[in-house]
Design a protein. Structure first.
Length: 117
């Protein structure tokens, strides 16, 4: 059984920073992609960023330059450093781990990030 445990969400003022963490446990393929998605109220879930086992990263245009994704393969953990937070970044952030062909695909429980003064 695969489990993804997220931490690090909360309330932050505009312009502030936050770091999300997600630790995966269980049976995990050696080659995988870990990523972060978010879902704002009334909107579809969207990809924020992802990182492969080899360190290749992709980012949504809306977060480039402000968000940084990284991972620790030894700990099966992915991080999302969020800087210069904007009100539109408010959402539930979900961690994901998958294989490239999609046969293996698991989600974390979600972590609320609220941006408000």
């Amino acid at each position: 059984q695969v489990q993804l445990v997220e931490s690090g969400g909360g309330l932050v003022q505009p312009g502030g920073s936050l770091r999300l963490s997600c630790a995966a446990s269980g049976s995990i393929p050696s080659i995988n992609v870990m990523g972060w998605y978010r879902q704002a109220p009334g909107k579809q879930r969207e990809v924020v960023a992802d990182v492969s086992t080899h360190g290749s990263t992709t980012y949504a245009d809306s977060v480039k330059g402000r968000f940084t994704i990284s991972r620790d393969n030894a700990k099966n953990t992915v991080y999302l450093q969020i800087n210069s937070l904007k009100p539109e970044d408010k959402a539930v952030y979900y961690c994901n781990i998958r294989t490239l062909n999609g046969w293996y695909n698991y989600w974390g429980q979600g972590n609320q990030v609220t941006v408000s003064s």
